[in-house]
Design a protein around this ligand. Sequence first.
Ligand code: NAD
Length: 462
Amino acid sequence: MTHSQPSIAQVFAAQHDTVAARRTTFDYTARRAALDQLRTMVLAHEQAVCEAIGADFGKHPDEVRLTEILPLLLEIGHTRRHLRKWMRPSRAPSGLVFLGTTTQVHLTPKGTALVIAPWNFPFFLALGPAVSALAAGCSVILKPSELTPATSALLKRIVSETFAPELFTVVEGGVDAATELLTLPFGHIFFTGSPEVGQIVMTAAAKTFASVTLELGGKSPVIVGPDADIANAARWIAWGRCINGGQTCVAPDHVYVHESVKAAFADALSAQITKMYGADPMQSPDLAQMAYPRQWARVAGLIDDSKAKGATVLTGGDMDQAARKIAPTILLDVHDDMGVQQEEIFGPVLPVMTYRDLDQVIDKINDGSHPLALYVFESNAFADEVIIKTTSGTVGVNMSVMGASHPTAPFGGVGRSGNGGAHGYAGFAAFSHMRQVLRARFFPFHIVFPPYTGLTRRLIAV
Ligand code: NAD
């Protein structure tokens, strides 16, 4: 006997029909149990996750554990530990005007949540938002990326083996599935992906009044100051640029290095790449592939375009279309009319430019759209000056990339790099409505009711 798959509308209806019942049954104990089930699921399938992501784009199992499994377990652990406190209603002070009332703020679930995930961290960025949604008491429909099919199929299988579809289910598919899902009246949509698709998601959400978290991308600049610890800077920047094959939303995208340390920095960067990926990085099992052919062609095209317009290749430049690999490539003599300076690079390619006057770099950063991440390698005083004069989703000082998996601090962009926060309490709050509950005990200010006597002047004065 064959069972036909439920339609997207049926999957949504199954979750939506249980919203009312979940209000009373999906309490602290049940939510904590759901988080425990998720943790057990992740641990039980760790090997399968490594294999699936390896099949999708050749990522080393250690890198899968480091960037997909460990951050997810940290997220679950932190949420699990603090959930009771987060769920507890908080008191809002009354002040004189609201004398005689008590006010509480209840964090109530927004209902049915949609998570649309990208391909670049296809496990962590799919399940991380689901941790926050379940903790907040929402049900979840997750749509993984169609461009990492092995991970998508694995997610579908293990989530359906672990959770009732009324609580958490996976809908596989590409643009068509996402488009159909976006017509449905979700309580909250958590989207991770490109700014262009983020706009489509936000437009669709306007029609259903869903709230949205947008985790988008962009070009994340790096400043290496004159007194930076060059060896440390080179190590974090080389790693941040090359991990995940360079396909990381918070990867250092381009570097402004002070002219006095450019030569030392360039040497150190090349040395770090050799140390991490060997003399022939194309053979390194530690360097992930470009995730799909069009992505390889786009990144390869950026290198070709830069070379044709006069950039110098300091290190790397090797590309293999069949293997979908690109060697870590450092570009010098880069100009703003080159593609690498106009779009998010999202591959293991790093333009390095020099600067003399920090204010000019700051102006450049402020002229563009707000980056998702901004990195500064220098003293704290130097970094503080950059921080106060710029806006970005996140800042890394003397380190890179790690902030994206921090379980306790909010992570997210601003403006074109996104809105709203992920992880920890920020993630929990995104899927929750802050409901004001105002109770009258006695309310002495009867002057609020007509007929008016002019006494409101007294209220203004308090
Ligand atoms: P993408 O926007 O192409 O796709 C993301 C998801 O949206 C996929 O599930 C895809 O199926 C779906 N989608 C694609 N087109 C759609 C459409 N027209 N309507 C509705 N849904 C659609 O992004 P991507 O290529 O998977 O990811 C790369 C981008 O994501 C980069 O810009 C990167 O910086 C960004 N990113 C951001 C974060 C973050 O946390 N801020 C994390 C990872 C990636």
